[in-house]
Design a binder for this molecule. Sequence first.
Ligand SMILES: NC(=O)c1ccc[n+]([C@@H]2O[C@H](COP(=O)([O-])OP(=O)(O)OC[C@H]3O[C@@H](n4cnc5c(N)ncnc54)[C@H](OP(=O)(O)O)[C@@H]3O)[C@@H](O)[C@H]2O)c1
Length: 330
Amino acid sequence: MKGFVHGGHSGNEGLALKNLMTEHDPSSGEVKIKLKAAGLNHRDLFIPDRHDSSDPDVILGSDGSGVVIEVGPGVKTIKEGDEVVINPGLGWERNASIPPEGFQIVGFPGHGTFAETIVVPEENAILKPASLSFEEAAVVGLAGLTAYRALFTRGQLESGQTVFIPGIGGGVATFLLKFAKAAGARVIVSSRSEAKRNSALELGADMALSDEEEWGEVVANEEVDLVIESVGAATFNRSLSLLKRGGTLVTFGSSTGDSIEFDLRSFFYGQYNLLGSTMGSGEEFRAMIQFVEDHSIKPVIDKSYPLDEIKKAFDYLGKANQFGKLVVSM
Ligand SMILES: NC(=O)c1ccc[n+]([C@@H]2O[C@H](COP(=O)([O-])OP(=O)(O)OC[C@H]3O[C@@H](n4cnc5c(N)ncnc54)[C@H](OP(=O)(O)O)[C@@H]3O)[C@@H](O)[C@H]2O)c1
Protein backbone atom coordinates (compact mmCIF):
# COMPACT_ATOMS: atom_id res chain seq x y z
CA MET A 1 0.00 0.00 0.00
CA LYS A 2 1.02 3.63 -0.42
CA GLY A 3 2.08 5.58 2.65
CA PHE A 4 3.59 9.01 3.30
CA VAL A 5 6.52 8.29 5.61
CA HIS A 6 9.45 9.87 7.36
CA GLY A 7 12.76 8.04 7.50
CA GLY A 8 16.20 7.60 6.01
CA HIS A 9 17.11 11.31 6.08
CA SER A 10 16.64 13.88 8.83
CA GLY A 11 14.21 16.79 8.60
CA ASN A 12 11.95 17.31 5.61
CA GLU A 13 14.41 15.48 3.31
CA GLY A 14 13.20 12.27 4.94
CA LEU A 15 9.59 12.78 3.79
CA ALA A 16 8.48 10.54 0.93
CA LEU A 17 5.43 8.78 -0.49
CA LYS A 18 6.43 5.12 -0.70
CA ASN A 19 5.00 1.77 -1.72
CA LEU A 20 5.12 -0.12 1.57
CA MET A 21 5.55 -3.87 1.58
CA THR A 22 3.89 -4.53 4.91
CA GLU A 23 0.28 -4.08 5.95
CA HIS A 24 -0.77 -4.84 9.49
CA ASP A 25 -3.62 -7.11 10.52
CA PRO A 26 -5.73 -6.20 13.53
CA SER A 27 -4.80 -7.92 16.80
CA SER A 28 -7.18 -8.52 19.69
CA GLY A 29 -9.36 -5.44 20.29
CA GLU A 30 -8.19 -3.67 17.11
CA VAL A 31 -9.87 -2.79 13.82
CA LYS A 32 -8.44 -2.25 10.34
CA ILE A 33 -9.76 0.75 8.42
CA LYS A 34 -9.59 1.42 4.69
CA LEU A 35 -8.93 5.14 4.79
CA LYS A 36 -10.99 7.41 2.53
CA ALA A 37 -9.44 10.71 3.66
CA ALA A 38 -6.88 12.08 6.13
CA GLY A 39 -6.54 15.52 7.68
CA LEU A 40 -3.31 17.48 8.15
CA ASN A 41 -2.33 19.15 11.42
CA HIS A 42 0.43 21.55 12.41
CA ARG A 43 1.83 18.61 14.43
CA ASP A 44 2.68 16.78 11.18
CA LEU A 45 5.19 19.54 10.42
CA PHE A 46 7.08 18.82 13.67
CA ILE A 47 7.49 15.03 13.19
CA PRO A 48 10.41 15.18 10.68
CA ASP A 49 12.46 16.85 13.45
CA ARG A 50 11.24 14.50 16.21
CA HIS A 51 11.55 11.12 14.45
CA ASP A 52 15.07 9.66 14.46
CA SER A 53 15.74 9.04 10.76
CA SER A 54 17.81 5.94 11.57
CA ASP A 55 14.69 4.32 13.11
CA PRO A 56 12.30 2.42 10.82
CA ASP A 57 10.08 4.56 8.56
CA VAL A 58 6.98 5.91 10.27
CA ILE A 59 3.75 6.74 8.42
CA LEU A 60 2.69 10.29 9.35
CA GLY A 61 -0.82 11.61 9.97
CA SER A 62 -3.09 11.75 13.02
CA ASP A 63 -6.53 12.29 11.52
CA GLY A 64 -8.57 10.14 9.20
CA SER A 65 -11.89 8.60 8.27
CA GLY A 66 -12.82 5.46 6.36
CA VAL A 67 -14.54 2.10 6.35
CA VAL A 68 -13.76 -0.82 8.68
CA ILE A 69 -12.56 -3.78 6.59
CA GLU A 70 -11.46 -6.23 9.30
CA VAL A 71 -11.96 -6.61 13.04
CA GLY A 72 -9.63 -8.44 15.43
CA PRO A 73 -10.68 -10.99 18.04
CA GLY A 74 -12.87 -9.67 20.86
CA VAL A 75 -14.02 -6.48 19.09
CA LYS A 76 -17.57 -5.72 20.26
CA THR A 77 -18.54 -2.17 19.36
CA ILE A 78 -17.51 -1.96 15.69
CA LYS A 79 -18.19 -4.25 12.74
CA GLU A 80 -16.95 -4.64 9.18
CA GLY A 81 -18.51 -2.04 6.88
CA ASP A 82 -18.91 0.62 9.59
CA GLU A 83 -18.01 4.15 8.45
CA VAL A 84 -15.76 5.65 11.12
CA VAL A 85 -13.76 8.69 12.15
CA ILE A 86 -10.51 8.17 14.09
CA ASN A 87 -9.93 9.59 17.55
CA PRO A 88 -6.16 10.27 17.35
CA GLY A 89 -5.61 10.09 21.13
CA LEU A 90 -4.37 6.62 22.11
CA GLY A 91 -4.81 5.39 25.69
CA TRP A 92 -6.87 8.29 27.14
CA GLU A 93 -10.46 7.07 27.27
CA ARG A 94 -12.01 8.46 30.48
CA ASN A 95 -12.28 12.16 31.36
CA ALA A 96 -9.37 13.21 33.56
CA SER A 97 -7.42 16.35 34.38
CA ILE A 98 -4.33 14.89 32.70
CA PRO A 99 -3.85 12.05 30.21
CA PRO A 100 -2.79 8.70 31.67
CA GLU A 101 0.84 7.53 31.51
CA GLY A 102 1.59 6.16 28.05
CA PHE A 103 -0.83 8.48 26.21
CA GLN A 104 0.22 8.74 22.55
CA ILE A 105 -1.06 10.33 19.36
CA VAL A 106 -1.71 8.46 16.12
CA GLY A 107 1.02 9.21 13.56
CA PHE A 108 4.18 9.07 15.69
CA PRO A 109 5.62 7.15 17.34
CA GLY A 110 3.16 4.61 15.83
CA HIS A 111 2.00 4.62 12.22
CA GLY A 112 -0.53 7.21 11.09
CA THR A 113 -3.26 7.96 8.61
CA PHE A 114 -1.42 9.17 5.46
CA ALA A 115 -1.81 5.70 3.95
CA GLU A 116 -4.40 3.44 2.39
CA THR A 117 -5.13 1.51 5.59
CA ILE A 118 -4.53 1.82 9.33
CA VAL A 119 -5.06 -0.42 12.38
CA VAL A 120 -6.32 1.25 15.59
CA PRO A 121 -7.88 0.09 18.89
CA GLU A 122 -11.66 -0.31 18.54
CA GLU A 123 -12.31 2.53 21.01
CA ASN A 124 -10.49 4.91 18.65
CA ALA A 125 -12.88 4.14 15.77
CA ILE A 126 -16.01 6.26 16.30
CA LEU A 127 -19.05 5.99 14.03
CA LYS A 128 -18.93 8.83 11.50
CA PRO A 129 -21.79 11.32 11.80
CA ALA A 130 -24.03 10.96 8.73
CA SER A 131 -23.99 14.77 8.40
CA LEU A 132 -20.26 14.76 7.52
CA SER A 133 -18.63 13.55 4.31
CA PHE A 134 -15.50 11.41 4.65
CA GLU A 135 -13.35 14.47 3.91
CA GLU A 136 -15.14 16.57 6.53
CA ALA A 137 -14.95 13.78 9.11
CA ALA A 138 -11.24 13.31 8.39
CA VAL A 139 -10.34 16.81 9.60
CA VAL A 140 -12.49 16.90 12.75
CA GLY A 141 -10.43 14.67 15.05
CA LEU A 142 -7.36 16.30 16.53
CA ALA A 143 -8.35 19.92 15.97
CA GLY A 144 -11.98 19.47 17.02
CA LEU A 145 -11.02 17.58 20.18
CA THR A 146 -8.37 20.15 21.13
CA ALA A 147 -10.79 23.03 20.54
CA TYR A 148 -13.57 21.32 22.51
CA ARG A 149 -11.46 20.63 25.62
CA ALA A 150 -9.78 24.06 25.53
CA LEU A 151 -13.10 25.94 25.25
CA PHE A 152 -15.45 23.90 27.41
CA THR A 153 -13.55 21.59 29.79
CA ARG A 154 -10.68 23.97 30.54
CA GLY A 155 -12.10 27.37 29.58
CA GLN A 156 -15.62 26.67 30.94
CA LEU A 157 -17.07 28.92 28.23
CA GLU A 158 -20.69 29.92 28.80
CA SER A 159 -23.31 31.42 26.56
CA GLY A 160 -23.09 35.22 26.56
CA GLN A 161 -19.37 35.33 27.40
CA THR A 162 -16.75 36.84 25.10
CA VAL A 163 -13.78 34.82 23.85
CA PHE A 164 -10.70 36.02 21.95
CA ILE A 165 -9.00 33.69 19.42
CA PRO A 166 -5.74 34.95 17.83
CA GLY A 167 -4.48 33.48 14.51
CA ILE A 168 -7.92 32.58 13.21
CA GLY A 169 -6.51 30.99 10.04
CA GLY A 170 -5.32 27.98 12.04
CA GLY A 171 -7.02 24.61 11.79
CA VAL A 172 -7.91 24.48 15.49
CA ALA A 173 -8.84 28.17 15.54
CA THR A 174 -11.60 27.73 12.96
CA PHE A 175 -13.13 24.98 15.15
CA LEU A 176 -12.83 27.27 18.19
CA LEU A 177 -14.77 29.95 16.31
CA LYS A 178 -17.54 27.59 15.19
CA PHE A 179 -17.85 25.88 18.58
CA ALA A 180 -17.88 29.16 20.52
CA LYS A 181 -20.56 30.67 18.27
CA ALA A 182 -22.65 27.47 18.55
CA ALA A 183 -22.38 27.80 22.35
CA GLY A 184 -23.77 31.35 22.21
CA ALA A 185 -20.54 33.24 22.88
CA ARG A 186 -19.36 36.54 21.41
CA VAL A 187 -16.15 35.90 19.44
CA ILE A 188 -13.28 38.27 18.65
CA VAL A 189 -10.49 36.96 16.42
CA SER A 190 -7.23 38.20 14.93
CA SER A 191 -5.30 37.34 11.79
CA ARG A 192 -2.37 38.70 9.86
CA SER A 193 -4.38 38.33 6.68
CA GLU A 194 -7.28 40.56 5.62
CA ALA A 195 -8.78 37.74 3.55
CA LYS A 196 -8.78 35.46 6.62
CA ARG A 197 -10.32 38.18 8.79
CA ASN A 198 -13.12 38.58 6.24
CA SER A 199 -13.64 34.80 6.10
CA ALA A 200 -13.87 34.70 9.90
CA LEU A 201 -16.49 37.50 9.89
CA GLU A 202 -18.48 35.55 7.28
CA LEU A 203 -18.35 32.51 9.59
CA GLY A 204 -19.87 34.55 12.40
CA ALA A 205 -16.98 36.20 14.23
CA ASP A 206 -18.21 39.42 15.86
CA MET A 207 -14.97 41.34 15.41
CA ALA A 208 -11.68 40.67 13.59
CA LEU A 209 -8.43 42.44 14.56
CA SER A 210 -5.42 42.90 12.29
CA ASP A 211 -1.89 42.45 13.62
CA GLU A 212 -1.08 46.08 12.82
CA GLU A 213 -3.72 47.78 14.95
CA GLU A 214 -3.48 48.48 18.67
CA TRP A 215 -5.70 45.69 20.01
CA GLY A 216 -6.32 47.29 23.39
CA GLU A 217 -7.76 50.43 21.77
CA VAL A 218 -9.99 48.54 19.35
CA VAL A 219 -11.55 46.33 22.02
CA ALA A 220 -11.57 48.97 24.76
CA ASN A 221 -15.32 48.54 25.23
CA GLU A 222 -15.25 44.73 25.39
CA GLU A 223 -14.99 42.43 28.42
CA VAL A 224 -12.96 39.42 27.25
CA ASP A 225 -13.74 36.51 29.59
CA LEU A 226 -11.59 33.91 27.88
CA VAL A 227 -8.56 33.87 25.56
CA ILE A 228 -7.60 30.71 23.69
CA GLU A 229 -3.95 31.02 22.63
CA SER A 230 -2.11 28.73 20.23
CA VAL A 231 0.04 31.11 18.16
CA GLY A 232 2.59 31.38 20.97
CA ALA A 233 5.41 33.89 21.34
CA ALA A 234 4.21 36.18 18.51
CA THR A 235 0.86 36.98 20.16
CA PHE A 236 0.86 35.70 23.77
CA ASN A 237 1.38 39.00 25.60
CA ARG A 238 -0.91 40.92 23.27
CA SER A 239 -3.61 38.30 23.81
CA LEU A 240 -3.16 38.38 27.58
CA SER A 241 -3.47 42.17 27.60
CA LEU A 242 -7.03 41.91 26.22
CA LEU A 243 -8.25 39.65 29.02
CA LYS A 244 -10.54 41.15 31.66
CA ARG A 245 -9.29 41.09 35.26
CA GLY A 246 -10.04 37.67 36.71
CA GLY A 247 -10.34 36.16 33.22
CA THR A 248 -8.84 32.91 31.93
CA LEU A 249 -6.25 32.26 29.22
CA VAL A 250 -6.02 28.68 27.91
CA THR A 251 -2.95 27.75 25.88
CA PHE A 252 -2.38 24.58 23.87
CA GLY A 253 0.06 25.64 21.13
CA SER A 254 3.13 27.71 20.41
CA SER A 255 3.56 27.77 16.63
CA THR A 256 5.77 30.89 16.78
CA GLY A 257 7.96 29.90 19.74
CA ASP A 258 7.72 28.32 23.18
CA SER A 259 9.40 31.00 25.30
CA ILE A 260 7.95 34.34 26.35
CA GLU A 261 8.57 36.95 29.04
CA PHE A 262 5.59 38.26 30.88
CA ASP A 263 4.87 40.68 33.68
CA LEU A 264 4.17 38.75 36.89
CA ARG A 265 3.06 41.78 38.85
CA SER A 266 0.26 42.82 36.49
CA PHE A 267 -0.66 39.12 36.20
CA PHE A 268 -1.19 38.53 39.91
CA TYR A 269 -2.76 41.93 40.55
CA GLY A 270 -5.15 41.12 37.72
CA GLN A 271 -6.15 37.79 39.35
CA TYR A 272 -5.75 36.06 35.97
CA ASN A 273 -5.97 32.30 35.38
CA LEU A 274 -3.49 30.59 33.02
CA LEU A 275 -4.37 27.03 31.99
CA GLY A 276 -2.62 24.51 29.78
CA SER A 277 -4.61 22.08 27.65
CA THR A 278 -3.78 19.27 25.30
CA MET A 279 -6.09 17.27 23.05
CA GLY A 280 -8.67 15.42 25.18
CA SER A 281 -10.12 12.09 26.32
CA GLY A 282 -12.17 9.56 24.37
CA GLU A 283 -15.23 10.74 26.32
CA GLU A 284 -14.55 14.33 25.26
CA PHE A 285 -14.07 13.14 21.67
CA ARG A 286 -17.53 11.55 21.66
CA ALA A 287 -19.05 14.64 23.29
CA MET A 288 -17.36 16.79 20.61
CA ILE A 289 -18.77 14.62 17.78
CA GLN A 290 -22.22 14.86 19.38
CA PHE A 291 -21.82 18.66 19.63
CA VAL A 292 -20.87 18.79 15.93
CA GLU A 293 -24.00 16.79 15.05
CA ASP A 294 -26.33 18.70 17.37
CA HIS A 295 -25.25 22.06 15.97
CA SER A 296 -24.86 20.89 12.33
CA ILE A 297 -21.27 22.12 12.36
CA LYS A 298 -19.24 21.69 9.17
CA PRO A 299 -15.45 21.96 9.39
CA VAL A 300 -13.74 24.66 7.35
CA ILE A 301 -11.69 22.94 4.64
CA ASP A 302 -9.34 25.19 2.71
CA LYS A 303 -7.93 22.70 0.19
CA SER A 304 -8.15 19.03 -0.72
CA TYR A 305 -5.30 17.08 -2.35
CA PRO A 306 -4.98 13.52 -3.68
CA LEU A 307 -2.62 11.40 -1.54
CA ASP A 308 -0.10 11.49 -4.41
CA GLU A 309 0.20 15.28 -3.93
CA ILE A 310 0.53 15.31 -0.15
CA LYS A 311 3.91 17.06 -0.30
CA LYS A 312 2.15 20.10 -1.81
CA ALA A 313 -0.22 20.08 1.18
CA PHE A 314 2.76 20.01 3.57
CA ASP A 315 4.37 22.98 1.84
CA TYR A 316 1.11 24.94 1.94
CA LEU A 317 0.61 24.22 5.66
CA GLY A 318 4.23 25.16 6.38
CA LYS A 319 3.63 28.64 4.89
CA ALA A 320 0.55 29.15 7.15
CA ASN A 321 -1.47 30.25 4.11
CA GLN A 322 -4.51 28.15 4.94
CA PHE A 323 -7.82 29.19 6.41
CA GLY A 324 -8.99 26.09 8.24
CA LYS A 325 -8.03 22.54 7.41
CA LEU A 326 -6.20 20.70 4.64
CA VAL A 327 -7.28 17.21 3.65
CA VAL A 328 -5.92 14.41 1.44
CA SER A 329 -8.15 11.84 -0.27
CA MET A 330 -7.09 8.25 -0.84
N1 LIG B 1 -1.45 20.61 22.58
C1 LIG B 1 -2.26 20.05 21.70
O1 LIG B 1 -2.92 19.04 21.97
C2 LIG B 1 -2.39 20.65 20.34
C3 LIG B 1 -3.38 20.21 19.47
C4 LIG B 1 -3.53 20.84 18.24
C5 LIG B 1 -2.65 21.87 17.89
N2 LIG B 1 -1.66 22.22 18.74
C6 LIG B 1 -0.74 23.32 18.40
O2 LIG B 1 -1.55 24.48 18.22
C7 LIG B 1 -0.99 25.30 17.19
C8 LIG B 1 -2.06 25.52 16.13
O3 LIG B 1 -2.31 24.28 15.46
P1 LIG B 1 -3.07 24.25 14.07
O4 LIG B 1 -3.01 22.85 13.56
O5 LIG B 1 -4.38 24.93 14.22
O6 LIG B 1 -2.05 25.17 13.24
P2 LIG B 1 -2.12 25.83 11.84
O7 LIG B 1 -3.36 25.36 11.12
O8 LIG B 1 -0.81 25.58 11.20
O9 LIG B 1 -2.32 27.41 12.17
C9 LIG B 1 -1.38 28.21 12.78
C10 LIG B 1 -1.89 29.68 12.75
O10 LIG B 1 -1.05 30.47 13.55
C11 LIG B 1 -1.06 31.79 13.02
N3 LIG B 1 0.35 32.24 12.90
C12 LIG B 1 1.36 31.58 12.36
N4 LIG B 1 2.48 32.32 12.40
C13 LIG B 1 2.15 33.49 12.99
C14 LIG B 1 2.86 34.68 13.32
N5 LIG B 1 4.16 34.83 13.07
N6 LIG B 1 2.20 35.67 13.91
C15 LIG B 1 0.88 35.56 14.17
N7 LIG B 1 0.16 34.45 13.88
C16 LIG B 1 0.79 33.44 13.30
C17 LIG B 1 -1.69 31.75 11.66
O11 LIG B 1 -2.93 32.43 11.71
P3 LIG B 1 -3.20 33.72 10.75
O12 LIG B 1 -2.64 33.39 9.40
O13 LIG B 1 -4.68 33.83 10.78
O14 LIG B 1 -2.53 34.90 11.37
C18 LIG B 1 -1.84 30.29 11.37
O15 LIG B 1 -2.97 30.01 10.57
C19 LIG B 1 0.25 24.54 16.69
O16 LIG B 1 1.37 25.05 17.39
C20 LIG B 1 -0.01 23.12 17.09
O17 LIG B 1 1.17 22.38 17.26
C21 LIG B 1 -1.52 21.64 19.96
